[in-house]
Structures are given as C-alpha cells and as structure tokens.
Design a protein around this ligand. Structure first.
Ligand code: ZN
Length: 428
C-alpha cells in the first residue's frame, strides 16, 4: 500500500488504530495525512519510498526517548508495516502556524520585531536542547519550521532524520543550508554542520536574504552543480565579508538585507560577521553554539522597546539619546536594570524573565517582572514583581524594603534589588 485512501484504517504498533481523513501534503519521502485517533486529530507521515532498517530502528528509538522539548513536532507512534510501507503519528500543526519558508518569500510577515526575536530564540533554544540530548538534526533548512507570526513561537517538524551523534541516515541536507564540509563531501552531517545551517536560518530570519548570495552568485547564468559546490562549499563568501567585497548584496535584488543590515544593534551584526567569516565557515569547531545565539537574542530583546508611535525600536543604553527608528522621536536614555549577566532597558512594557532574576538560570520564557506606568502619573515607572517570591530593594541611603509578589519597585537611579535566590540587580 503505497498510498492510503480516505477512510482506510491503519493499525498502530502500540495497539489501536487511526482512520485516514484527508491528505495534507506530499514530500520527497512520503505523504502526510490528517488522521483520527480516538476522536483526536493527528498527522500521519506515511513513507511511500522504501526506507532502510536503520532508519526504522532510529525512528523507533527516537519515539522511545521522546521529544527534547515541546517545540518539536516529534514522532509519537509507529504504524504497523503494510506491504513494506509504514508511517508515524505526530501532533498536528496548529492552523495559525505558517511555514518559515513563507516568511522568506514574503507570503507571511511577523506581527512585530519582538515576535521575530522570539522566533530566533525558540529556534536557537530548540536546537540547543536537541544537541544537549545527544542528537543532531542533519537536515536543517527553511522547511523544518512552523512559526506563529503573531507570537514568534516555533514548532520544529520533520524530525525523522534526527539521529544520535556519530550516526547518520544517508541524508546530506538541503542545498544552500548545508555546511561547506558537507557540500564538499568531506564530512557527514553532525552537530557542527547543524550549527552552520542554524546560522544560515537565523540570518535569513533577520535579513530575509541568504548570507552567501550576493553579486557573484546572481551573476552566474545558471546554478550548475559545479557552481553550487563553489559558492556553498569550496569558496563561500559572506555578502558583508569586510575582507572580500566580491559578493556584496545587489541593489534591487537583495533589498531586504541592504535595508536591514544597519537597523539592528551592532552586536547582532558582529555575531553574523563572525559566523560567516571565511575562517569560521571553514572551521566547524569554531562555529557558535546555540547558547551563544540564545544569549544574543535575549540581549536584543532586552533593548527592544515599543515607542508611543506603536513601532518597536532599539535602545543603546550607553547612548545619550536614542531615536525611534520608525518615527524619529527622541526616547532619551532610559534607565536599565544591570545584573551580572544582563542589562534590561526599563521602559514601559519591558519584561524580566528568570534569566534576569535567578542566579545560574537562563530561562528566558518564564516572566518575573514587567515595567509599568503609574496610573495617575504616567511619568512614574515601576518594575512590578510578577514572580511568586518577594524581592528586597535597597535605596541609595541604605534603607531597605520588601517587595512582595505583585508589588512594584519605583524605578529610580541607584536603587538595587535583591531577587529571591540572591541575584542582584542595580538600576542605572
Ligand atoms: Zn516611534
């Protein structure tokens, strides 16, 4: 049974069965169906092409171990094999999630800069957890992600090629996303090659153009296999390589990256310049780990504020005056909360997470505080304690005060806050 029909009943290996409701899509390896299992909808990926025993065993192993985090649309159950074909069940993609590739061709747009930053955080964190668990993804590309455009929440799909370190299932990856050493055929995909692909995905997310596709690439008449090998494998050149101008973005073609390159703070630029320097591209172990990206995007989130014009802009806490990138309004030099690890701009709507308020914690998701404006006097700002624990604040004159859950610290210079667990922040 290569292809399944509506109403077909397929048994699961663990027992029970699913009923085919609808065909959802088709890919290189198989077909995805909408199926019903005990009244709940799932997606069934059905392999129409034969896959080897090793692939099957690996999939079974991944199902047993479970998903690294809830961000993965992970294989849940295997079906029984019918005439040499089989499939696996996974959760359905929620209808408000769109494919990352749709963003890249401008068919979808993020609702805000914050949503885009959140997507970058989710992708970096997802791969960090995957690598922590000893897996490599091996086939990272723009088709692997579903993104909620309003929140930036990400679901990582196509996890059937995920394999433990050192193991590979014969897949090389998708052209334009593969690491140079994979393109050249020198190495099989692993965590280091994942990290190259990750940097490409993140660059695309921020700038909507490919980091290696500039003048040189558009000037060839035909993207032959030989050309691909040169541009992505033997001699890749970053479009903003400071030491090599040959592959710069072209006006009228690479408009997104030309417009956005200077919009984001310098530290974002720096990380991409390092990631795509010839040395880093050609030296797999020099590539940034996912923690670097996660920290970087938390840092970006910490300086991204919403202006009164409704647009979001970036604050440089060391600059005497900051202007909104949308309306040009002066936003001055807002105070910040400085800790040993982070610096958050204290501007209405800004939030702190566990990574800001708990020692040794890098959770950027769980919110612990929010900057609010005084209802009677909007010029007075405060940091509201949204954590379940008390904080203690120390005034410049040495007096202290407890701020219970839901209490508010009035934001003023040189006030320090000791969070639960002892982490300290200073307003300045
Ligand atoms: Zn503005």
């Amino acid at each position: 049974m290569k292809e399944l029909k509506i109403e077909d009943i397929i048994n699961l290996k663990v027992g029970g069965s699913v009923k085919i409701k609808k065909k959802l899509g088709e890919g290189g390896q198989g077909i995805v169906y909408l199926v019903d299992l005990n009244g709940k909808d799932y997606a069934l990926k059905w392999y129409t092409k034969p896959v080897g025993k090793e692939f099957y065993n690996n999939l079974e192993n991944n199902i047993q171990k479970g998903a690294p985090t809830s961000a993965f649309l992970w294989p849940l159950y295997l079906t029984e094999t019918i005439d040499g074909h089989f499939g696996y069940l996974m959760e359905l993609r929620p209808s408000n999630y769109v494919e990352l590739s749709d963003f890249l061709i401008a068919r979808a747009r993020f609702g805000s800069v914050s949503a885009m930053i959140n997507a970058a955080l989710c992708i970096s964190n997802g791969f960090r957890e995957l690598h922590y668990k000893g897996y490599s993804y091996q086939d990272l590309n723009d088709g692997n992600f579903f993104v909620n455009p309003q929140t930036g929440d990400v679901l990582i799909c196509d996890n059937d090629n995920v394999a433990p370190y050192g193991k590979h299932l014969g897949i090389a990856g998708k052209s334009r996303y593969m690491a140079p050493e994979v393109v050249k055929g020198e190495r099989k995909p692993n965590a280091d090659t994942d990290r190259f692909s990750l940097a490409v995905i993140l660059f695309l997310l921020f700038y909507n153009n490919h980091p290696l596709e500039g003048k040189t690439v558009v000037s060839v008449a035909c993207m032959t296999e030989r050309n691909e090998r040169i541009f992505y494998g033997v001699k890749p050149v970053f479009i903003y390589d400071p030491a090599n101008e040959t592959n710069r973005p072209v006006q009228g073609i690479h408009t997104n990256v030309i417009r956005r390159w200077n919009v984001f703070p310098a530290f974002i630029k720096e990380s991409f310049l390092n990631s795509f320097s010839t040395e880093t591209m050609m030296t797999p172990e020099k590539r940034y780990g996912e923690s670097h990206w996660q920290k970087l995007f938390v840092r970006l989130r910490d300086v991204t504020v919403r202006c009164t014009c409704g647009g979001e802009t970036f604050i440089d806490p060391d600059q005497a005056d900051n202007k909104c990138i949308n309306c040009g309004k002066s936003l001055g030099k807002p105070l910040t909360l400085k800790t040993d690890t982070n610096r958050v701009v204290l501007f209405p709507g800004m939030k702190t997470s566990l990574c800001h308020t708990r020692t040794g914690n890098d959770d950027y998701k769980e919110i612990t505080g929010e900057v609010i404006q005084n209802k009677n006097n909007p010029l007075i700002w405060g940091l509201k304690n949204l954590s379940p624990e008390s904080w203690v604040i120390y005034m410049p004159d040495g007096t202290n005060k407890e701020i219970p859950a839901n209490g508010v610290v009035q934001i003023s210079k040189e006030v320090s806050i000791v969070f639960n667990g002892g982490k300290k922040g200073i307003i300045g």
